[in-house]
Design a protein around this ligand. Sequence first.
Ligand SMILES: Cc1cc2nc3c(=O)[nH]c(=O)nc-3n(C[C@H](O)[C@H](O)[C@H](O)COP(=O)(O)OP(=O)(O)OC[C@H]3O[C@@H](n4cnc5c(N)ncnc54)[C@H](O)[C@@H]3O)c2cc1C
Length: 336
Amino acid sequence: MKYDAAVVGAGPAGSIAAQSLSTRGHSTVIIDPCDTKKVCAGVLTARYAGRYPVDENYIQRELKGIKLSFKGICGEISYRKAVEYSIDRDLFDSMNLAQALENGSELLKERVLSITEEGTGIKIQTNKNKYLADHVIIAAGVCELSQLFGGTKQYAYCTQQVISQEPGDHFEMELFPGGYSWKVPKKENVLSGTSSIKCYPDIPGEKGLIPVNGPVKRTYSRKMLLAGDAAGFVSPFDGEGIYYATRSGEIAAQVLSGAISGNNDLSEYEKCWKKEFDFLTPGKISRLLSSDIVLEAFVREIRDNEIFNKVVEDILTHESEKNKTKYILSLIKKLI
Ligand SMILES: Cc1cc2nc3c(=O)[nH]c(=O)nc-3n(C[C@H](O)[C@H](O)[C@H](O)COP(=O)(O)OP(=O)(O)OC[C@H]3O[C@@H](n4cnc5c(N)ncnc54)[C@H](O)[C@@H]3O)c2cc1C
């Protein structure tokens, strides 16, 4: 059998793409060994919650704001309207995948080893078998397979662990030049992690990689699309990736569906996500965020300047602007 579309990876990007393709009547297979635990702080941002339904089954805690600190200076932002959620990430992913299967996608619990064009279609070789599809969406996150097809190669190293601490109701972020640590309250404890652009932080815990340099140069080819982390769709300011994975999965499915029906080609994908996502110039952001002066001024203003505090809140929760990275950058520039 030849599928209309094969989706490699069952994270949010892959599952949402598959949901959307099978709803549109395209024969769709998702391929993922489903054997790795996702390393993630599990914050569903206000941007996500403002656009997508949130299921109470995977919610662990409602987050009322964010506490930022730098060298002992602490600033707190309390959300006036928006809500963010601390979630059980494994359950979130498995519910998204279950929905894709309910919509008619097929699941193969296998690892993709190679993808090659063969005749008019694409051959997908897994650790167990070979499959044929007309198109492929690569939503395999940061991994060697994604990299073979232009996927992201620049990432930060993260380590996280559960600590026994009374959970509060704020997301906590401690900034340091070149990285940050975070604490996310869960149902009964706290998930704490650290990221660094140099190497894995020397602390015990689960390890994961997060793209840091924005979108890759090219996210489509004649028969393939890259979505989610594979394409580098993560906010370089705070590591938000679930929203972008979900939304890029949707856009990829919409464009692919158009291509299958002969209405457009896959280059349309890049036009569509560029209209919505603007990660600006992550290089500039990481340079600024590597500066003690900038970080100190940023947190101090959040602590001492009520107007600045509210502006950052609006940006983080998207009450006023669609592009938080751009506005955070312009605010930081004004500070120095
Ligand atoms: C420590 C850490 C904390 C984070 N915290 C947050 C947060 O709080 N909020 C937020 O919004 N974002 C967060 N992120 C980012 C977020 O986790 C990612 O942006 C998001 O998971 C990307 O989704 P995805 O579907 O693109 O890829 P993934 O979720 O990584 O899914 C990729 C899938 O591909 C599969 N796969 C890999 N290789 C193959 C292969 N060869 N064959 C078949 N399948 C394969 C994997 O098994 C996996 O299921 C965090 C990331 C890290 C590392």
